[in-house]
Ligand binder design. Structure first.
Ligand SMILES: O=C(O)c1cc(C(=O)O)c2c(n1)C(=O)C(=O)c1cc(C(=O)O)[nH]c1-2
Length: 575
């Protein structure tokens, strides 16, 4: 989209949830920097009136800030010339029964902006375009059916004249897809499934490649038993990135249907897969399946960060993609052709696989931590990472100034007991009982790390009491921001992770930090409002340790530090 290509270069604005098409979450602004950040103060705050987990962050277009909420998915257009005053408010009417089929809290990762429209993907899968000036509905379309467990939490993205959106419901046997709608009127342009026939998944058996080779005919269906692919999962609830020169969009697919691996033999393609698709047609150029035949719920949906000119073991790579997967491996890939360059653990605790075979691309699974090796109803213990991964949806930041990645991570292990389930539409299709805890010898559940994607190495690591469930922001001020589940907004030195600033906001932070400037002054904005999978105990009022798929027990003490409540805080330096 020409307008977005232009606007994403303007550091005064924040025009898409990911910062730019490459998912950098980086800003050239440097008024707030290593020396001045200690003076940062809240400038104004805004309560959203919604209690559950607030993911994503506000967009800033010109003089207007657009703030969204979890279900019921309110949107506020706030006037930056009169901070906190709403120019308009929008609240869709949605059947609240959708709340019951959202796996991991009622979160929403933010709307998209393009061509004078704000595009929101509601929990009930309605995609609605609003007039950015007035908040009036311009068009809306239904992308899925909550009665079958299809919901939405993700941020849509606009490419050219289309808006692309995915779907949630991997815990309900939903077959994932991404769908492009025409920005003009909401009519459907194309839809590509993660699993299914070559036509459904938009693969060309001869031209679409995996590890450099054509995938061949029926690559997905032949990797499933019988009709199981129809409940195959591979939902698409994470982030999109886009390379305008290659005209390719990148994203990952989630877990295969049912968490009980014994019930679904085969590689379960193309769940747990990175896709590179043509933005005009949806046709797949290349794919890479990170976790064939998943046994741990390591959804592959985390963001793909696009960087240029990396030198990996002496080889110059003009166009690379870096991805921190739930499975604990960080991948560096040639984004033109899908060639695997680096796959290394980004938490030393990761134990389910010894390494990734660089010839086949397959992780080498350690038998002791295979959840199917002992059959059903066997409790496999001390698997690291836990199902919520070494990193979940919380996005990392990239600084072109340092060439480093700044990654919010989880440091959590699990016991996993698979059991047999049968499918009923709209009912959980999980088939595993979990408990979660920190790795042996650790008492912290998270780390904030800096990562070198060419070498595949941690540069520094800063422990946090809880998982870092918020998205990072790197700036030209030589600092990196992130939020903690206790509710602190922190700024650290990009060189060594040394804490330079910490401020306690009213609730735990699972939102993504961003920055903008208005009338010559730099601001930093973040949503507080604890929740998400890590905070599901508090968000949904669950108290039994095994509830929330095992997250309730692990994060039990969170309520000693924070309480629910959505608040936007905007920070600035004193005049
Ligand atoms: O399979 C799915 O469709 C699906 C959807 C979502 C979601 O939409 O939020 C999550 C997950 N899976 C998931 O596995 C997960 O760890 C997770 C964490 C969160 C969150 O926002 O904290 N959502 C989701």
């Amino acid at each position: 989209n020409q307008e977005l290509l232009r606007l994403q270069r303007d550091p005064n604005q924040w025009v898409m949830p990911t910062g730019n098409y490459a998912n950098w979450r980086y800003s050239e602004l440097n008024q707030i920097n290593r020396d001045t950040v200690k003076n940062l103060r809240p400038s104004w705050q805004f309560s959203t009136g919604v209690l559950r987990g607030h993911e994503g962050g506000p967009l800033v277009i010109g003089d207007v800030m657009y703030v969204h909420t979890p279900f019921p998915n309110r949107v506020f257009a706030l006037d930056l010339n009169n901070p906190g005053r709403a120019l308009w408010r929008y609240e869709p009417s949605q059947d609240p029964s959708v709340i019951g089929v959202m796996c991991c809290d009622t979160v929403n990762r933010g709307p998209a902006y393009a061509d004078g429209k704000i595009i929101l993907s509601q929990a009930d899968t309605t995609l609605v375009a609003l007039d950015a000036k007035t908040g009036k509905e311009l068009w809306k379309v239904r992308n899925g059916d909550p009665a079958k467990g299809e919901t939405s939490t993700m941020a849509p993205m606009v490419f050219g004249d289309k808006v692309l959106v995915g779907i949630s419901g991997g815990e309900y046997g939903v077959r994932g897809h991404v769908t492009a709608y025409n920005l003009r009127d909401g009519s459907q342009a194309w839809r590509a499934y993660s699993v299914g026939t070559d036509e459904d998944i938009k693969f060309d058996p001869q031209k679409t490649t995996h590890m450099g080779r054509p995938v061949g005919a029926n690559s997905s269906i032949s990797s499933w038993q019988g009709d199981q692919w129809k409940l195959g999962g591979g939902t698409t609830w994470g982030w999109f990135s886009y390379d305008p020169d290659l005209n390719l969009v990148y994203y990952g697919s989630g877990n295969p249907g049912t968490w009980n691996p014994t019930q679904r033999p085969g590689d379960n393609k193309w769940s747990m897969t990175i896709f590179a698709r043509d933005a005009n047609t949806g046709q797949a150029r290349w794919v890479y399946q990170m976790t064939p035949h998943d046994e741990w719920d390591y959804d592959g949906v985390n963001e793909m960060i696009l960087v240029d000119n990396l030198t990996v073991r002496g080889q110059r790579v003009a166009k690379a993609l870096v991805h921190f997967d739930r499975n604990g491996f960080a991948y560096t890939i040639n984004r033109e052709n899908g060639q695997l360059l680096v796959a290394e653990k980004f938490d030393p605790a990761v134990n389910w696989a010894s390494h990734v075979d660089m010839e086949t691309g397959r992780p080498q699974v350690v038998r002791e931590f295979s959840t199917r090796a002992g059959g059903e109803d066997k409790n496999v213990q001390n698997i690291c990472p836990a199902a919520l991964g070494t990193k979940d949806q919380q996005p990392a930041a990239f600084s072109p100034k340092t060439g480093m990645f700044y990654v919010p991570t989880n440091h959590v292990c699990m016991d996993y007991e698979p059991f047999r389930v049968s499918y009923t539409a709209g009912q959980p299709y999980v088939g595993a009982t979990l408990s979660m805890y920190p790795p042996k010898g650790s008492d912290n559940l998270g780390n904030f790390i800096a990562w070198d994607a060419a070498a595949g190495k941690i540069v520094w690591s800063k422990p946090e009491r809880f998982s870092v469930w918020s998205g990072a922001l790197a700036t030209a001020g030589d600092i990196v921001f992130y939020g903690t589940l206790e509710g602190h907004l922190k700024a650290v030195d990009k060189r060594d992770g040394k804490e330079l600033f910490s401020y306690r906001t009213p609730s735990g932070i699972i939102g993504n930090v961003n920055t903008f400037s208005h009338r010559g002054k730099q601001y930093v904005a973040v949503l507080s409002g604890v929740g998400g999978w890590a905070g599901i105990g508090m968000a949904a009022g669950l108290t039994n340790d095994s509830e929330g798929l095992g997250a309730v027990g692990a994060y039990k003490s969170l309520s000693d530090y924070t309480q629910l409540g959505g608040v936007l805080t905007v920070f600035a330096l004193p005049d």
